[in-house]
Design a protein around this ligand. Structure first.
Ligand SMILES: [Zn+2]
Length: 181
């Protein structure tokens, strides 16, 4: 898998995301409507109004292998509690009241917005391949680290103000790296 091969598949991944979100648009609700008490201390009101949540029995993952993208088996078969695409995220049934999970997915919304869709997808994919898996992906590591602070009831902090400069340091290096085929 080369950087170029990944780049060539971006339109397919984008099309899958757009189709998937369109198919669930009727069930999507703004995060702010869920009434979580703490999220507003970490995220802007605009973000909580504009981000949509969709509760599903199984969160949808893109069929990357069948698109010809190899090396993502673990990601495709994760059966995660949540997954974020653009400014929407899916949560698995049973997690609708899990504020910590919603906090985590909102970190990804901030990442998507700061990088833009193409750079997010490339950075996430390269982070997965280069780090050797889902949990060590730098974009996941960032989300889990901030989620841990949220879980420990650290004093409120502005997530975007932390995530933006971290991405500005991290992502150019990631995208500049070369992949072994
Ligand atoms: Zn995550």
């Amino acid at each position: 898998m080369s950087l170029q091969q990944l780049q060539q598949k971006l339109p397919d991944v984008r099309a899958w995301i757009d189709r998937t979100l369109a198919a669930h648009a009727a069930q999507a609700r703004p995060v702010v409507d869920l009434g979580f008490p703490r999220l507003g201390s970490y995220y802007s009101p605009t973000l909580l109004v504009s981000t949509k949540v969709i509760a599903v029995a199984k969160v949808p993952a893109p069929p990357l292998a069948s698109m010809g993208l190899t090396g993502f088996d673990e990601f495709e078969n994760l059966d995660a509690a949540g997954i974020t695409y653009l400014s929407s995220f899916f949560v698995r049934h049973g997690y609708e009241r899990d504020e910590s999970l919603h906090f985590h997915e909102l970190v990804h919304v901030v990442q998507w917005q700061h990088l833009g869709p193409e750079r997010f997808i490339m950075a996430y994919a390269l982070g997965h391949l280069l780090s050797g898996g889902y949990r060590t992906n730098p974009l996941e590591e960032m989300a889990y680290r901030l989620q841990a602070r949220f879980d420990q009831h650290a004093p409120p902090f502005d997530v975007a103000a932390i995530v933006h400069p971290e991405l500005d340091r991290l992502v150019p290096a990631l995208l500049g790296s070369t992949l072994k085929s």
